[in-house]
Design a protein around this ligand. Structure first.
Ligand SMILES: Cc1ncc(COP(=O)(O)O)c(C=O)c1O
Length: 421
């Protein structure tokens, strides 16, 4: 199997440094499914290749290999902290992915915490929360989200249990529509009521900077595999107090400072290690950190402008197809990252996705995108808005990334045009 860089390296005179944010891919395969898992960035592949000969235990050995691996792991933690603008007192805990990070925080909530989410969330930000959590209706604008949260937190503050902790948990960007949520404003509202906020940055971080300090966020969760860093690491970043007071997420080796002979004679350590029991995923952490460093060094404004141009091309092309209806929560001009969900009226979405793959070698996602309540609602809204009675019960999603080209977008649009009347 031939593996190449997409986009192709520029042909400049003299030695050319490969772009660390170039991505691996297979020629001819059009990957428009970055929101599910992004391809591997050169930076991640190189970091893993460089570390592999040294691969040994982390925090568990005195040998040179082990010491180097321990250093690489802890440096990765710092690089991720810097990438996310974490406060010096924050913990950076390596997890498997965003789902794992949200579940970790869910297990670390102080007793009696009420969690407030919106119905537009991915299942990873709906299902881990305890009973008694509040799910606000999906708002129709970013300002509506802020108003709705303000009203809900005001009500909670007046209810019978004032003084108990409240955690607001919202996505940074929707995995269904790509629409961006006003996380800094939501954080301001949350803090006005003494609540904390977690931002699920799984879809935002690959497309736009996320800054814990600048946006005054309490916690951020993300997945390496969506940030061009496969190898199985994610991260939870945020305030130390709840995390240090909570029972360890993975009780076991590495999470303790003392274990005595009696069954329950154990003192758990504080800091990230408390929740990282067992041998850590060094290669995952190193890959994630390498991509974070590459993004930190990159011109993010230029990357954003490029992606927005491709997104505009895609949305304009879809709008021109008579049977295609876009799904959206907010207005058509709301800020969004490179993710678009849509349906082809009169066509089953799974069949369309299979056709795109078989005939055109285009990979898109179909279904309800692990956000069933939201996607069902948006399908109903799309039917009302378009006046169509023949929309399918599931949707298609095209999501763009670093390697996406205008030619790939045009190929998708051309393929859809053959299906749309
Ligand atoms: C917004 C959002 N949050 C959370 C997740 C869960 O991510 P993971 O499957 O990496 O845990 C996803 C995955 O698609 C997502 O899009």
């Amino acid at each position: 199997m031939t593996v190449t860089l997409v986009p192709a390296l520029p042909t400049l005179p003299g030695p050319v440094r490969p772009d660390p944010l170039g991505v691996l891919g297979v020629p001819g395969e059009i990957n428009l499914d970055h929101a599910a898992s992004a391809p591997c960035a050169r930076a991640a592949a190189d970091a893993v290749a460089e570390l592999l000969p040294w691969y040994a235990s982390v925090h568990r050995g005195a040998g040179a290999l082990s010491r180097r691996c321990t250093l690489a792991y802890e440096r990765a933690r710092q690089t991720v902290a810097d990438f996310l603008g974490a406060r010096p007192t924050d913990h950076v805990i390596f997890t498997r992915n965003t789902t794992d990070a949200v579940n970790l925080l869910a297990r670390a909530l102080p007793a009696g915490t009420t969690v407030v989410t919106f119905g537009g969330e991915h299942h990873a930000n709906l299902l881990p929360w305890p009973r008694g959590s509040v799910r606000l209706p999906v708002p129709d604008s970013p300002a509506g989200a802020v108003r709705s949260l303000d009203a809900a937190l005001g009500e909670l503050a007046r209810d019978a249990r004032p003084g108990l902790p409240v955690l607001v948990s919202v996505t940074g960007a929707s995995n269904v529509t790509g629409e961006c949520w006003p996380v800094a404003e939501l954080a301001r509202v949350a803090h006005r009521y003494g609540a904390r906020i977690l931002v699920d940055a799984a879809q935002l971080a690959p497309h736009a900077p996320v800054d814990v300090t600048a946006s005054d966020l309490d916690y951020v969760a993300l997945s390496g595999h969506k940030l061009y860093a496969p190898f199985g690491a994610g991260v939870l970043v945020g305030r130390a107090d709840w995390l240090d007071a909570a029972p360890p997420y993975l009780p076991g080796g590495g999470a303790t400072s003392h274990v005595g002979a009696a069954t329950h004679d154990v003192r758990w350590t504080t800091g990230p290690a408390r929740h990282e029991g067992g041998t850590p995923n060094l290669l995952g952490a190193a890959a994630l950190a390498a991509v974070c460093a590459a993004f930190t060094a990159a011109d993010r404004a230029a990357l954003h402008a490029r992606e927005q141009a491709l997104l505009t091309r895609l949305r304009a092309g879809l709008a021109a197809l008579p049977d295609v209806v876009e799904l959206r929560t907010f207005g058509p001009t709301a800020p969004r990252v490179g993710i678009v969900s849509f349906v082809v009226a009169g066509r089953d979405s799974a069949e369309v996705a299979a056709h795109l793959a078989a005939r055109h070698r285009i990979g898109v996602r179909d279904g309800l995108f692990c956000a069933h309540p939201l996607t069902r609602r948006l399908l109903a809204e799309a039917a009302t808005r378009s006046g169509r009675t023949d929309l399918p019960p599931t949707a298609l999603r095209a999501s763009l990334g670093l390697g996406t080209t205008a030619h790939e977008i045009d190929t998708l649009l051309g393929a859809l045009a053959t299906l749309s009347r």
